[in-house]
Write a protein that binds this ligand. Structure first.
Ligand SMILES: Nc1nc2c(ncn2[C@@H]2O[C@H](COP(=O)(O)OP(=O)(O)OP(=O)(O)O)[C@@H](O)[C@H]2O)c(=O)[nH]1
Ligand SMILES: [Mg+2]
Length: 199
């Protein structure tokens, strides 16, 4: 269903959960540490470089940014975490908000957890994995910026993440590169399942 993602449009940006779109239809979140490449992944999926803001400066996405594919289906770009210059207070509030979002949002149908393939699973990634497992949320882990690693190193990184998550049936692991548009077919397959698209 590659083509449907091309019609994705910016919907709204909100600093808090209370101002999110109505809780209906399907929502897929894109989550990961700051600078991991979340916004780039969204732009690659939608084949639109101008959709989500990409930046070399970590912590650029501060709001929850909603994009709509159609009236019932949304992609959500979540603020990056792990950005050193964000105060502990903000991090704490964000954790609380995220927990509430993950546990209460009924339309939440899937998560794409983005991890830079050069870094191992960090404690916050593990937290997200635990949350997704707790609420039984289908999750696609993307080891992104795959173009920056040799095939051998990439396979090793992938194997490590697969080993760490193989006990969870709802988690799938793949490599990805926004720069080279690698891994798109596999990602579309999972997204289609999250959004309940049938061929
Ligand atoms: N080489 C390479 N660079 C990438 C890839 N994806 C993203 N980048 C670069 O990584 C940086 C961060 O990308 P973003 O997509 O803005 O990352 P983000 O996770 O949305 O960042 P925040 O919103 O700040 O949390 C940018 O300089 C991108 O050009 C990739 O697949 N390969
Ligand atoms: Mg971003």
């Amino acid at each position: 269903m590659q083509n449907v993602y091309r019609q994705t449009k910016f919907l709204l940006s909100s600093p808090e959960l209370e101002k999110c779109p109505e809780d209906k239809g399907y929502e897929v979140i894109f989550i990961g540490r700051s600078n991991s490449g979340k916004s780039s992944v969204i732009n690659t999926i939608c084949d639109n470089k101008k959709l989500a803001m990409v930046s070399k400066t970590p912590g650029r996405t501060r709001h929850l940014v909603f994009f709509s594919i159609d009236k019932d289906r949304r992609l959500v770009d979540l603020p990056g975490y792990g950005y050193a210059k964000i105060s502990n207070e903000i991090k704490k509030t964000w954790n609380k908000n995220l927990n509430r979002y993950l546990t209460r949002r009924k339309c939440l149908s899937g998560a794409v957890l983005i991890i830079d393939s050069r870094s191992l699973i960090k404690p916050f990634d593990q937290n997200i994995i635990n949350w997704c497992v707790d609420v039984n949320l289908p999750t696609q882990i993307l080891l992104t910026k795959a173009d920056k690693l040799s095939k051998q190193k990439l396979n090793k990184a992938k194997l490590e993440v697969i080993n760490a998550t193989s006990k969870y049936p709802n988690i799938n692991v793949q490599s990805f590169s926004s720069l080279k548009k690698q891994g798109l077919t596999e990602l579309y397959k999972s997204l289609d399942a999250f959004f309940d698209y049938v061929d």
